[in-house]
Design a protein around this ligand. Structure first.
Ligand SMILES: Nc1ncnc2c1ncn2[C@@H]1O[C@H](COP(=O)(O)OP(=O)(O)OP(=O)(O)O)[C@@H](O)[C@H]1O
Ligand SMILES: [Mg+2]
Length: 206
């Protein structure tokens, strides 16, 4: 067992009220984020993070690692450094997710949106099918660079319209001069819940 395997297996998860929590972990790991399949920790004294998948999503680690290998060299995606049965190690992106940008009020520009579009086009050129493109998986680094993370579902077959809808929302609403550039978190979560339930009126994104 190498040292990264050991670090990953130091992370113990616990489910409570349908939510996953970290019960214990190596003290050098600090949580920087979590999602529907993993917790992400900063690796001490490095510019890297370790994403540890919790049950039953451990198998996504090898999937995501393979996809990062295919995206190698495209600057919009983090580099992959290592992977194991339930983890991957990638660049730490110092910055904010688009979700955080919207709640804090950090402006998102047309150039950012065009760059995300280009980054997804490059992934398609590599034979992938970008999916699960939501506000928590798109980041703007402190240097203003666009970065896309969480690529585990980039090989899925079905058509994902999330980015098309998100892009439409940016142009139709967000970029309007008087549209608020800071949006309360609960409103974003509410819109996202309505969207996920496929209850969002289609004409609003036409
Ligand atoms: N390399 C990174 N640099 C900075 N922050 C990161 C990085 N990777 C993940 N994060 C943070 O951790 C969160 C969860 O990571 P990630 O999206 O990879 O997990 P997930 O469980 O696959 O998410 P999802 O719910 O979208 O499936 C991200 O939304 C982001 O806030
Ligand atoms: Mg995610």
């Amino acid at each position: 067992m190498n040292s990264l395997d050991k670090l990953a297996s130091s992370v113990k998860f616990q489910k409570k009220n349908d939510r996953m929590y970290v019960k214990s972990k190596d003290e050098t790991l600090s949580i920087i984020g979590s999602g529907r399949s993993a917790f992400v920790f900063r690796l001490q004294s490095t510019n890297q993070v370790i994403k540890v998948f919790y049950p039953p999503f451990e198998h996504l680690a090898t999937k995501e690692a393979e996809i990062y290998k295919e995206l190698k060299g495209i600057s919009y995606y983090p580099n992959l450094y290592a992977s194991g049965p339930n983890y991957i190690v990638i660049d730490f992106i110092e910055g904010h997710t688009l979700f955080e940008c919207l709640t804090i009020g950090i402006p998102i520009t047309k150039k950012h949106v065009e760059e995300i579009d280009h980054a997804l086009y490059l992934a398609k050129e590599s034979g992938l099918n970008p999916s699960d493109i939501h506000l928590h998986n798109l980041l703007i680094s402190n240097n203003g660079e666009v970065k896309i993370i969480d690529v585990a579902r980039f090989r899925q077959q079905k058509d994902c319209t999330q980015w098309k809808d998100l892009k439409k929302a940016f142009y139709k609403y967000y970029f309007l001069t008087y549209f608020p550039k800071k949006i309360p978190e609960f409103i974003l979560n509410l819109i996202s819940a309505i969207y996920k339930k496929k209850l969002f009126p289609k004409f609003l994104l036409r």
